[in-house]
Design a protein around this ligand. Structure first.
Ligand code: PMP
Length: 364
């Protein structure tokens, strides 16, 4: 069998081996069913149990309060860029506040403008998208329909250490690249959502956690597939759900609850992994330069450059010889990006840290 590399891809990304192996074991015939998960009805008893267990796992891991719905929707995170303003902004007579700390927040704001008035509460371009705003820098409108943020900007590697305060205005968060990496006070959010393909499972499903009172705001004239209210009523099964993606999400959350032991434990591991790489950057005396300001560094996407960019090709070549894959940074930021999601093994991060130290010694 082909050997697995240490895969630092930003997404779709590395998944827990235990989850992949379980999926592999059951791909021909699920125990007690005799058919693959790919071959059974999304309304079968077996799949009903899977989607209910996936929701129960998420509720347990994130301590999701009773008054929130958990929806499994298609269209990735980017359909949420549109569904959020379709459900909460269009026709509300209000504007929405967007906090921009990177590429994904900007894209979300652009989509929202197709549905209503968008105000920019803070624009990270003023500081080259290297940090999140302080509370006193935010220009928030107390009458806004919602305040939008992206908790972890995957491309820039900039993460909110805690949520901004929005008073009575619902906070709406794209947590695509840090969901399930740490405990989150869901009760502080109106909506928290994420595509699955980084920390939660395969592409094809997005998890959308919505407070009940916001579910009820969906305009009547929305097409059902775009309406939180219709989707919540149908328990995410209005049409044929992405059964395999939801199944693997269930396996990934089983792994988090079982082998890992919950999100406090996961956070500890993630902090340890990130520290190894940030220490290598900070102790290199300028050989490596981190993109994000220290206080807002992402635990999931470590972005850095070489002061001498001519050495980048050689760094990537050496990475490949050590089984380290997908380290090239996004073209808009350059340099490197090590995405070290939950399922990236500690040994993978150690191997990258060792390469960074050796490469600095040899070329610094
Ligand atoms: N938001 C964030 C923070 C992301 O990292 C991504 C994907 N890289 C997206 C949104 C878009 O996700 P999708 O491709 O599922 O629409």
């Amino acid at each position: 069998m082909e050997e697995r590399v240490y895969n630092f891809s930003a997404g779709p990304a590395v998944l827990p081996v235990a989850a992949l192996e379980e999926a592999q074991r059951n791909i021909l015939a699920m125990p007690g069913v005799g058919s693959s998960i790919l071959e059974i009805s999304h309304r079968s008893k077996t799949f009903t149990e899977i989607i209910e267990q996936a929701e129960a796992n998420l509720r347990k891991l994130l301590a999701i309060p009773e008054n929130y719905r958990v929806l499994f929707l298609q269209g990735g995170a980017q359909l949420q860029f549109a569904m959020i303003p379709m459900n909460l902004l269009a026709g509300s007579g209000k504007a929405a506040d967007y906090i921009l700390t990177g590429t994904w927040g900007k894209k979300a704001a652009k989509e929202a403008r197709t549905q209503g008035e968008v105000r920019i509460a803070w624009d990270g371009d003023s500081t080259n998208l290297t940090r999140v705003p302080r509370q006193d820098e935010l220009k928030l409108n107390p009458e806004a329909a919602y305040v939008y943020l992206c908790s972890n900007e995957t491309i820039q590697g900039v993460q909110f250490p805690s949520e901004p305060q929005s008073g009575d205005v619902p906070l709406v968060c794209d947590a695509s690249s840090d969901i399930l990496s740490r405990p989150v006070p869901i009760e502080k959010y109106g909506i928290l959502y994420a595509c699955a393909q980084k920390n939660a499972g395969p592409a094809g499903v997005a998890v959308v956690i919505v407070r009940d009172d916001l579910v009820e705001r969906s305009p009547e004239n929305l097409p059902s597939m775009l309406s939180y209210s219709a989707m919540a009523k149908a328990k995410s099964l209005l049409n044929t759900a992405p059964v395999f993606s939801i199944y693997v999400l269930k396996l990934v959350t089983d792994w988090l609850l079982g082998e890992i032991g919950g999100l406090d434990k996961m956070l500890e591991i993630n902090q340890r992994k990130a520290k190894m790489l940030y220490d290598a950057i900070d102790q290199s005396e300028g050989f490596y330069e981190g993109h994000a300001e220290q206080a807002n560094r992402s635990l999931m996407n470590v972005t850095f450059r070489l002061a001498n960019s001519e050495l980048e090709g050689r760094f990537l070549e050496q990475a490949a010889t050590r089984n380290l894959a997908s380290l090239k940074g996004h073209r808009s930021v350059g340099g490197f990006r090590a995405s070290i999601y939950n399922a990236m093994p500690v040994e993978g991060v150690q191997t990258l840290r060792d390469l960074m130290l050796d490469f600095c010694r040899e070329n610094g």
